[in-house]
Design a protein around this ligand. Structure first.
Ligand SMILES: *[C@@H]1O[C@H](CO)[C@@H](O)[C@H](O)[C@H]1NC(C)=O
Ligand SMILES: *[C@@H]1O[C@H](CO)[C@@H](O)[C@H](O)[C@H]1NC(C)=O
Ligand SMILES: *[C@@H]1O[C@H](CO)[C@@H](O)[C@H](O)[C@H]1NC(C)=O
Ligand SMILES: *[C@@H]1O[C@H](CO)[C@@H](O)[C@H](O)[C@H]1NC(C)=O
Ligand SMILES: *[C@@H]1O[C@H](CO)[C@@H](O)[C@H](O)[C@H]1NC(C)=O
Length: 324
């Protein structure tokens, strides 16, 4: 038996890929940018969903089946034109799903799409239905982060800021855009309320376990805030943390949170991706650098499931899984 294939394998893969703590779940060919991750629940299957750059929502069905097409956001999306595309001119046709989260009891998957706003997808998948495209007379420009309040079924989501085209995101960063909003959709009343405006790039949102507050990360403003939904401080907020470039936030089963963010690395001041475990009042109990696997590519989400962290990123062709 020849040892050649083994030699080739060792030679072609950088040693980090062989490490025990990290593995990558490869997306199908030509798929890129799994920004956010939504797990099914009740029963806990380990099955999860990601939105990718060409407008599709993929379902991951375990290592044997891998990823398959589940749904899409653009009402006029054609597979022929859109599958695999990264052409931003096609965004308004193909769609770009970012934030994703289930309402478990109704089994609805809510979606924030850059071009089509708040959408919802049933368990049969296929084409998502638009729920809301505007609030207070202002269209959403860049629907970004999303979480569901499981007790009420209300959907908390963010509109990132004044920039509509993702290509102009650097412009939003350079001008310290502060036109972002925190919104709440109440399915029972079929109403969207603006909870906060003038936010600096609200990127991620997570509802607390008791539903009393939400955490919101301001990517441009480099802070994370806590907004109270009820109790004595209802409708007010405070800054709880000033970590740079905070992105999506996800609650854990025990009630604290993981947040994707960046650390400034000296001397070049380059940014490296990190995940941080954080309590509801902002104390960070753990920081993990993912530089070894991502270099300078930022991650957008850290999602704990079954003792592992699932990592979303707009820049990768895989979902990273880190055992911690
Ligand atoms: C989809 O196509 C229909 C018919 O051509 C058109 O009226 C509608 O505006 C299109 N919608 C979008 C979002 O492009
Ligand atoms: C985005 O950038 C393009 C040029 O690249 C410009 O024409 C357009 O007005 C910009 N849009 C916004 C909302 O800044
Ligand atoms: C944006 O904010 C940073 C940090 O406060 C500041 O250094 C920079 O000058 C601001 N840029 C603009 C265009 O206001
Ligand atoms: C938001 O900013 C606008 C323009 O700077 C200002 O007129 C308005 O009062 C601000 N609103 C809040 C709620 O801070
Ligand atoms: C946010 O942090 C980044 C990375 O360190 C920095 O370049 C930027 O100026 C900061 N922005 C603000 C508004 O503080």
């Amino acid at each position: 038996m020849s040892t050649f294939p083994i030699f080739v394998l060792l030679f072609c893969f950088p040693p980090v890929l062989l490490s025990q703590s990290f593995r990558s779940l490869q997306l199908p060919p030509n798929a890129i940018g799994p920004e956010s991750i939504a797990f099914e629940s009740r029963p806990v299957t380990g099955r999860f969903y990601v939105g990718i750059a060409d407008g599709r929502i993929l379902q991951y069905n375990g290592p044997r089946v891998g990823f398959r097409d589940f749904g899409f956001t653009g009402p006029n999306r054609s597979k022929r034109v859109c599958d695999g595309t990264i052409d931003p001119d096609l965004g308004p046709v193909c769609g770009r799903p970012l934030g994703l989260a289930f309402h478990y009891s109704s089994n609805k998957l809510y979606i924030c799409d850059v071009y089509f706003g708040l959408m919802v997808l049933g368990s049969a998948g296929k084409q998502a239905t638009q729920v809301s495209a505007a609030a207070d007379g202002q269209p959403y420009r860049f629907c970004k982060g999303l979480d569901v309040h499981q007790l009420t079924g209300n959907v908390l989501f963010t509109d990132f800021g004044a920039v509509k085209d993702p290509r102009n995101a650097s412009k939003a960063l350079n001008t310290n855009d502060s036109k972002g909003r925190l919104l709440m959709y109440e399915p029972d009343a079929d109403r969207v309320t603006v909870l906060l405006k003038n936010l600096s790039g609200p990127a991620g949102v997570a509802v607390s376990q008791d539903g009393a507050y939400v955490l919101v990360s301001n990517f441009i403003g480099n802070n994370t805030i806590r907004y109270w939904l009820r109790g004595p401080r209802a409708n007010t907020y405070e800054s709880i943390n000033f970590q740079e470039r905070p992105d999506n936030i996800r609650r854990t089963v025990v009630g604290d949170f993981w947040r994707a963010a960046a650390m400034v690395k000296q001397p070049a001041q380059s940014l490296v991706p990190v995940g941080q475990r954080m309590e509801g009042f902002g104390r960070v109990s753990r920081t993990i650098s993912f530089e070894a696997w991502y270099g300078n590519q930022l991650i957008s989400e850290v999602h704990e499931f079954g003792g592992e962290l699932y990592l979303g990123s707009r820049f990768t062709t895989f979902v990273g899984v880190y055992r911690f």
